[in-house]
Design a protein around this ligand. Structure first.
Ligand code: NAD
Length: 509
C-alpha cells in the first residue's frame, strides 16, 4: 500500500476560527467559545490521534443562538429580501465551496475518516446543492382559484421562521448543505447543529458564510451533544421547525420533544434497505453495485443496500463473486490514495458494529467473509472493520432486521417475485431499495411494490438534488431535496380578496 500522505493537521485547521487552540462555533454573528468554556477532543478515526479541539456548546449557547435567530427572523430583513438577493448569496456560497474544494474535502477526511475520493464527491455535491436552491429560490410560484365573484383567492408560500437543523456524522458537509440550502432559499433563518463527532467542515462553512456577508444570524452553527443542544432546539417554543437527520430512536425523541409548541418536524432516519437481484440480471453489474451499495462510506450510509435478496438459483455464484471481490477491497486511511474503504467513525461505533457481527454468529448465520478488524498497526490504532458478508440468514434475525450502519451485508434468498417483494418489505424501515433484472416489466412491477422512498433499477446509490429524498414507514417523515425540500421549509397562505368593496349585509343594520 502507498504511503499515507495526510496533510498536516494544523494546515487543515488553518481556515477555522480558533482561540487558544480551540475551534469556535458561530453564534450571534461572532465565533465563540462555549458559555462554560467546555471543549471536546475530536479523534481521527484512522489514527486514534486527536485531530482537533472544538468548543462544546451548552444549553445556554443554544438559547443564545435561538434568541438571536428569533430576532433575525422577526425583525431582520432576510425573510423580506427579494428571492433574487437570496439566490445571489447562495450562488456565491456554492462558488466559495468550489474555491475551497481541496481544503473542504481534506478536512472532511480528517473529520469523518472517509477516503478523499469520497469526500471530493461530497464537496462537489454540497456546492451543487447550494447552486440548485439558488436557482430554485426565484422559481416558486403560487396558485389562483376560480372562486365566486367578487372574491379572488390566491395562495402564496412564506418561510416558516427559525429552523433548528440537526445532522449526523456520516456526510457532515453534505447534510449541512441539504439542510441550509432549501431553508435559506425560502427565507428562513437557520441554526445548524452538526454531530459532536464531526463538526469541522460545518465550521469551515461558517467562515465562508461570514466572508460572503450573509445578514447577521441568518445562519448560526452551534456545537454540542444531541441530548443537550439538540434537545434544547427541539424543545424550544421559539423554534418553528426542526429538520433532523439521524437514527430512528433519536428521531422519535425529537418528535416527542417538539410537541410543546407543535413545531413542524421533518425526519430523515435509518434504513435496512433491500437490494433484490433476479437470476436474469446482468451479473457483473449486480456484483458491482452490491459492493458499492453496502461498502461505500464503510456501510455508514442511511440508504445502504444492507440486505442482498438473491434469487435462489443465482445465490452461490453471486455470493462467491461478492465474497471474492469484498476480500480485495483496500481498507485503510482515507488520506492514502490507494484506500477504497475507510474507517468507522468512532471506536464506540466500531464496537457497536462488532457486537452485531458477534450477534450474527450467535444467531446462526454463516460468516462468509470479513468479520474482523484490519490486521496490523493501522488496524490497532484506527477503527477499521473488514468488509463482511453473512449468508444462511433468517428473516427474524436481528442482523437482518436492525440497522448495523457498518460494512456488513446480510444475504437472503427468494424463490419467486412475490417472495422477493415480501422479504424486501419485511422490516420497520422503508428508506431505499433496488432491483436488478433484465426484464424491464418485472423491474417496474417490483419497484412499485417496494415500500420505500428512494429506489433504483439496475443501479444503487446515485441520487440528485432535483429529486425528493426521504423514507416510508419508520425511515422518516417528509422529504428533502428537489421542490419537495423547498416546500418543506414554507408555510402556505391563502389570501382572499374582495374585488367589490362593499358591506355584505349579512346582519341587518
Ligand atoms: P444520531 O441519531 O445518534 O445523531 C444525529 C444527530 O442528532 C447528532 O447531531 C446528534 O448530536 C443529535 N442527537 C442525538 N440525540 C439527540 C436528542 N436526544 N435530541 C436532539 N438531537 C440529538 O445519528 P448518527 O449516529 O449521528 O447517524 C447515524 C444515523 O443517521 C443512522 O441511523 C442513519 O441511518 C441516519 N441517517 C439518515 C439519513 C437519511 O437521509 N435518512 C442520512 C444520514 C444518516
Amino acid at each position: 500500500m502507498a504511503t499515507t500522505i495526510a496533510p498536516k493537521r494544523d494546515d487543515l485547521l488553518r481556515g477555522l476560527r480558533q482561540s487558544g487552540g480551540v475551534c469556535l462555533m458561530f453564534i450571534d454573528g461572532a465565533f465563540s467559545a462555549a458559555s462554560d468554556g467546555g471543549t471536546r477532543k475530536l479523534i481521527n478515526p484512522s489514527s486514534g490521534e486527536v485531530s482537533a479541539v472544538v468548543a462544546e456548546g451548552t444549553k445556554e449557547d443554544a438559547e443564545r443562538a435561538i434568541r438571536a435567530a428569533r430576532q433575525a427572523f422577526d425583525s431582520g430583513p432576510w425573510s423580506d429580501t427579494h428571492a433574487q438577493d437570496r439566490a445571489k448569496l447562495l450562488f456565491k456560497l456554492a462558488d466559495k465551496i468550489d474555491e475551497h474544494f481541496t481544503d473542504l474535502s481534506r478536512l472532511e477526511t480528517l473529520n469523518n475518516g472517509k477516503p478523499v475520493r469520497e469526500t471530493e464527491y461530497d464537496v462537489t455535491d454540497a456546492a451543487n446543492c447550494f447552486r440548485y436552491y439558488a436557482g430554485l429560490a426565484t422559481k416558486p410560484h403560487g396558485e389562483t382559484f376560480d372562486v365566486p365573484a367578487p372574491s379572488q383567492t390566491f395562495v402564496v408560500r412564506e418561510p416558516i421562521g427559525v429552523c433548528g437543523q440537526i445532522i449526523p456524522w456520516n456526510y457532515p458537509l453534505l447534510m449541512g448543505a441539504w439542510k441550509l440550502a432549501p431553508a435559506l432559499a425560502a427565507g428562513n433563518v437557520c441554526i445548524l447543529k452538526p454531530s459532536e463527532l464531526t463538526p469541522l467542515t460545518a465550521l469551515l462553512l461558517a467562515t465562508l458564510i461570514e466572508e460572503i456577508g450573509f445578514p447577521k444570524n441568518v445562519v448560526q452553527i452551534v456545537l454540542g451533544t444531541g441530548p443537550v443542544v439538540g434537545q434544547h432546539l427541539a424543545q424550544s417554543p421559539l423554534v418553528d421547525k426542526i429538520a433532523f437527520t439521524g437514527g430512528t430512536k433519536t428521531g422519535r425523541a425529537i418528535m416527542l420533544a417538539s410537541t410543546g409548541n407543535l413545531k413542524k418536524v421533518t425526519l430523515e432516519l435509518g434504513g435496512k434497505s433491500p437490494n433484490v437481484v433476479f437470476a436474469d440480471a446482468d451479473f457483473d453489474t449486480a456484483v458491482d453495485y452490491a459492493l458499492f451499495g453496502i461498502y461505500a462510506n464503510s456501510g455508514q450510509v442511511c440508504s445502504a443496500g444492507s440486505r442482498l435478496i438473491v434469487e435462489e438459483s443465482l445465490h452461490d455464484k453471486l455470493v462467491s463473486k461478492i465474497v471474492e471481490r469484498a476480500g480485495k477491497i483496500r481498507v485503510g486511511d482515507g488520506f492514502d490514495p490507494e484506500t477504497e474503504m475507510g474507517p468507522i467513525v468512532s471506536r464506540a461505533h466500531q464496537e457497536k458494529v462488532e457486537a452485531y457481527i458477534a450477534l450474527g454468529k450467535q444467531e446462526g448465520a454463516t460468516l462468509a467473509c470479513g468479520g474482523g478488524r484490519l490486521p496490523g498497526e493501522l488496524g490497532e490504532k484506527g477503527n477499521f472493520i473488514m468488509p463482511t458478508v453473512f449468508t444462511n440468514t433468517r428473516r427474524d434475525m436481528r442482523i437482518v432486521q436492525e440497522e448495523i450502519f457498518g460494512p456488513v451485508l446480510v444475504v437472503q434468498t427468494f424463490k419467486d417475485e412475490a417472495e422477493a417483494i415480501a422479504i424486501a418489505n419485511d422490516t420497520i424501515y422503508g428508506l431505499a431499495g433496488a432491483v436488478f433484472t433484465n426484464d424491464i416489466a418485472k423491474a417496474h412491477r417490483v419497484i412499485r411494490k417496494l415500500r420505500a422512498g428512494i429506489t433504483w433499477i439496475n443501479t444503487y446509490h446515485p441520487t440528485y438534488n432535483e429529486a425528493p429524498w426521504g423514507g416510508y414507514k419508520q425511515s422518516g417523515s417528509g422529504r428533502e431535496l428537489g421542490t419537495y425540500g423547498y416546500d418543506s421549509y414554507t408555510e402556505v397562505k391563502q389570501i382572499n380578496v374582495n374585488l367589490d368593496v362593499a358591506p355584505s349585509g349579512w346582519f341587518s343594520d
